[in-house]
Design a binder for this molecule. Structure first.
Ligand code: SF4
Length: 61
């Protein structure tokens, strides 16, 4: 099942050096109602905004 997060502008995709993939919700940084790593797949979400930028980003420690 496709998750809403994939097309949401609040998504930050984290790829670890071992190629594990995590979907981080940037809304969690400003609003405690959203978990940092929402359980997937997300089917409905009040914070969803269409328009994900294409940059996927590895998290640099
Ligand atoms: S706002 Fe909702 S749909 Fe968007 S990334 Fe966060 S949890 Fe996913």
């Amino acid at each position: 099942m496709q998750t809403l997060c994939e097309s949401c502008r609040h998504l930050r995709e984290i790829i670890t050096p071992k190629r594990s993939r995590f979907l981080m919700c940037l809304l969690s940084q400003t609003d405690p109602r959203w978990p940092k790593y929402p359980p997937q797949p997300v089917g409905t979400c009040a914070g969803y905004q269409h328009g994900r930028s294409t940059d996927s980003d590895a998290d640099h420690p």
